[in-house]
Design a protein around this ligand. Structure first.
Ligand code: M6R
Length: 368
């Protein structure tokens, strides 16, 4: 039941520290060595993989985008992301050394099922990342990594998404371990960062009231934009999808670098724009994002900035600032998505919508 929450979705948002911990449980040794026995592909088969294609729909496809960034960086294997329903109709290049990853919380999404069937007819191996034990997609796959989020009842995916991210990180690190593209201590340090996520998530959730206040302030918004870069780009897409499906609001997510190629024309006085700022690091990602925020603010946008807690460089350009725990860039989606989930859940509640059963939507889409 809902344990005192008004919606299953809100309950599931608050379950995320536990869900993320469960997704990691038993999958690494104390020293950070990964143990993914359920990936029933031999080390040789894993070494032979020369391309990965991740298929999924909606939120699952956004988790796949984060996975692409992580897997290519850690494993140096070319990795594509494809919407399941586009996949087989474009005659994709598949060989026995292609690994197709079928990403699905429910394990019953027809588009993704058809994509995996197509991949198998071409001789490719299919690995499912799935939350539902014994569902069709894992049953038809060569191997499965279960996400262990527990049942997700709200139509909008929340803990399903965060645990998909964890499963992707584990897959990427496992491939890096088997293929030797990362040293043991590098893998260990990322595993320890993932293990710290539940505590980080507790802190993000402790700030829920500030996000609810934000939702009250923007209850009359007609359009909301979301900007991100790198692993923050899928977060922007996910933030926008949540608002569309729950608040029935026009929302769009963009890669911040794309702004000047068109979308900046949309910016007008008072437009709320969520900006996911990458952690400060050796690359220029952070500074480029800060300049994008300056640009849109100069044009009157109301900037709602999600940034590392001690990021003083961006603070002057934030009309509202949401502080995120300090985590590595590739892991930031885990903490950055949660305020956007809370915002959409609260805004939809204020608008009087049924958050758990949004109009026109089904929890699993079992028709193509
Ligand atoms: O069960 P699946 O992960 O295959 O579902 C895929 C999408 O239908 C799903 O993520 C959908 O976009 C959600 N309603 C998003 O909140």
């Amino acid at each position: 039941e809902k344990d005192g929450y008004d919606w299953f979705m809100r309950k599931e948002i608050f379950e995320q520290p536990r869900a993320v911990a469960d997704a990691l449980l038993g999958r690494h040794t104390a020293s950070g060595q990964l143990q993914l026995d359920e990936v029933r592909l031999s080390d040789q088969e894993l070494r032979d993989i020369d391309k990965i294609i991740i298929v999924g729909c909606g939120t699952a496809a956004y988790a796949a985008l984060v996975a692409k960034y992580a897997i290519e960086h850690w494993c140096r294997i070319p990795c594509e992301v494809e919407l399941s329903h586009e996949f087989r109709y474009r005659d994709p290049i598949l060989t026995r050394n292609t690994l197709v990853v079928a990403m699905s919380q429910s394990g019953e999404t027809a588009d993704t099922l058809m994509a995996l069937r197509h991949a198998r007819t071409q001789g490719s191996k299919v690995l499912a990342i799935c939350n539902t034990n014994g569902s069709t997609i894992p049953r038809e796959s060569d191997a499965v990594i279960y996400t262990h989020a527990g049942p997700e009842i709200g139509v909008a995916s929340t803990k399903g998404f965060l645990t998909q991210l964890v499963a992707c990180y584990l897959l990427g690190l496992y491939l890096a371990q088997v293929r030797g593209t990362k040293f043991g201590d590098e893998i260990t340090s990322v595993v320890h960062e993932i293990a710290a996520m539940p505590a980080h998530l507790e802190r993000v959730l402790a700030g829920a009231d500030d996000i609810y206040a934000l939702a009250r302030d923007f209850v009359d918004a007609r359009t909301v934009l979301f900007l991100g870069r790198h692993a923050g780009y899928p977060v922007a897409l996910e933030g926008a999808l949540k608002l569309k499906e729950l608040a029935y609001l026009h929302a769009e997510g963009f890669a911040a670098g794309e702004l000047k190629h068109g979308p900046i024309a949309l910016i007008e006085e008072g437009l709320p724009v969520f900006c996911v700022v990458p952690p400060r690091g050796r690359d220029q990602l952070h500074d480029k994002m800060v300049s994008a925020i300056q640009e849109i603010r100069a044009r009157g946008a109301h900037t709602i900035v999600l940034a590392e807690e001690d990021d003083d460089e961006v603070a002057p350009y934030a009309d509202r600032l949401i502080r995120l725990p300090k985590v590595p860039t590739l892991l930031q989606p885990v903490v950055a998505t949660v305020p956007l989930q809370l915002f959409a859940c609260e805004l939809a509640t204020l608008l009087g919508h049924d958050v758990d059963q949004p109009r026109n939507l089904a929890k699993s889409v079992t028709v193509e």
